[in-house]
Design a protein around this ligand. Structure first.
Ligand SMILES: CC(C)(COP(=O)(O)OP(=O)(O)OC[C@H]1O[C@@H](n2cnc3c(N)ncnc32)[C@H](O)[C@@H]1OP(=O)(O)O)[C@@H](O)C(=O)NCCC(=O)NCCS
Length: 236
């Protein structure tokens, strides 16, 4: 038979490169998931004392979380989501289009307690939980990322810079573990959350987000992300 066409060779080469890239990304995600306490890489970030707040931050894998903490995380998420539902109803009454989103207790609990789930837990000086972040080191479309599944604060500790501080922790963890970006999904009707991520934290609509957040009403959520500067390789 004749020689393979140049195009076929190029395709093969491209496939090879893609496979090698995927393998390298998987290795990074695996390595990050093996770190017992990711926050141990960021000791100064275990405490937040600003604007009248004094809280301690710890990091725990979902599998090591006790039932009371799982219940608290679940209840706070549900409560905050229900507030959004009320907002959505008001929008509907006023005639604004809103898309639907579902909440199923069982599914949410399963998602929150999956092995890959990692939590930043925030406690005040009396050891009361006041906020949490659920995140994962994962592959998203073959890219190594930190995916922020949830960031939830009780009302009393909001607007004091804590949300920003927690997101900065995720970005630093992404940097330290060589993840490419931090990603998250936000409901479009959560205007406060959307503004927080886009205006304050400078997240942008990710290329895999299913639609244009402003013009297309067919999806209820937007996928946002922020690219993380790669670590400088050490000179020998
Ligand atoms: C969204 C949320 C995480 C923000 O955390 P936070 O601690 O309240 O925000 P911060 O105090 O760190 O805000 C930092 C900046 O973001 C901006 N910002 C915060 N909340 C905002 C809001 N509701 N609307 C507009 N801008 C806001 C402010 O400009 C603030 O700037 P400042 O530092 O000059 O005051 C928090 O309000 C929350 O848990 N909300 C309920 C749950 C939720 O919606 N989660 C996000 C989707 S998963």
């Amino acid at each position: 038979m004749g020689r393979k066409s140049v195009k076929a060779k190029e395709r093969k080469q491209k496939r090879k490169e893609e496979n090698a890239k995927l393998a390298a990304s998987s290795v990074k995600v695996e390595a990050a998931n093996k770190i017992e306490d990711p926050l141990s890489m960021l000791e100064p970030f275990k405490k937040y004392e600003r604007r009248g707040l004094s809280v301690l931050i710890s990091c725990v894998k979902a599998g090591d979380m006790d039932k009371d903490t799982v219940d608290w995380v679940f209840d706070l998420t549900k409560k905050n989501m229900q507030t959004l539902q009320v907002f959505k109803l008001i929008c509907n009454v006023l005639g604004y289009e809103t898309s639907d989103w579902g909440w199923k207790d069982r599914d949410k609990r399963d998602e929150m307690t999956e092995d890959k789930a990692i939590y930043l837990l925030v406690r005040d000086t009396s050891d009361k939980l006041v906020a949490f972040v659920h995140f994962r080191f994962d592959l998203e479309c073959d890219d190594e990322v930190v995916y922020c599944y949830e960031i939830q604060l009780i009302e009393e500790v909001r607007q004091k810079g804590l949300g920003k501080f927690l997101m900065q922790i995720l970005e630093l963890l992404a940097h330290k573990t060589e993840m490419k970006k931090v990603m998250l999904t936000v409901f479009k009707h959560n205007t406060e959350g959307y503004d927080f991520f886009t205006k304050t934290m400078k997240y942008e609509v990710d290329e895999i987000s299913p639609e244009d957040p402003v013009f297309d009403e067919s999806f209820s959520y937007v996928i946002l992300s922020k690219k993380i500067q790669p670590r400088k390789t050490q000179q020998t």
